[in-house]
Design a protein around this ligand. Structure first.
Ligand code: ADP
Length: 168
């Protein structure tokens, strides 16, 4: 492999919202690959709390000035999309053994759909293994403190979005 070839990985996810768990995986991905493309997925069957544009901005704002990080949105099949961009790998975080069953099938299916495309799993640091976007939203919506689980700009966005008028 020529050293001039830059190796691109894609980190796909909903990021609704971005958590410090995601941030850690992105930072580690940037150590492993030359370039990282975060693909914010559009799932028409789910009603997200934040728009695709808001979720993309959350990722960008967590890594200001990082030229090796790109952010894009994705609707539809990941494997051909990743192949068309010349990605060598899909990056995924693993929080618990229960994640693995589904992730293994996805990795195998993606390789079937796009031969040569590998999936790289990064185990979460133990301290972040209970952090998920859905739990962060639920806890924040019930008034719980999520300030150590999301970046400051995401905390602001959550506060603004979840502010509800007190019952009369
Ligand atoms: P999706 O619903 O598409 O899995 P998520 O935004 O929930 O989207 O997750 C995107 C990726 O980030 C997945 O690989 C997931 O395992 C990983 N991830 C989510 N939370 C954490 C965390 N706390 N630590 C490490 N990886 C995480």
């Amino acid at each position: 492999m020529s050293p001039a070839v830059s190796r691109l990985a894609i980190f796909p996810g909903s990021f609704d919202p971005l958590t410090l768990g995601h941030v850690a995986i992105i930072a580690r991905g940037l150590e492993l690959f030359d370039r990282l493309l975060v693909a914010v997925t559009i799932n028409l069957r789910k009603q997200p709390l934040f728009s695709v544009a808001e979720r993309m901005a959350m990722v960008r704002d967590a890594f200001p000035g990082e030229a090796r990080l790109e952010v894009d949105s994705l609707q539809g099949l990941l494997a051909p999309w990743a192949g068309a961009r010349g990605a060598v790998a899909i990056l995924r975080g693993l929080r618990a053994p229960s994640d693995f069953e589904y992730e293994l099938q996805m990795a195998q299916m993606n390789r079937h759909l796009q031969p040569g495309l590998d999936t790289v799993f990064l185990p979460t640091e133990a301290a972040g293994s209970y952090v998920s976007s859905s739990l962060v939203k639920e806890v924040a919506s019930l008034g719980g403190d999520v300030s150590s689980l999301v970046p400051a700009h995401v905390l602001e966005a959550l506060r603004a979005r979840l502010t509800v008028s007190p019952p009369r």
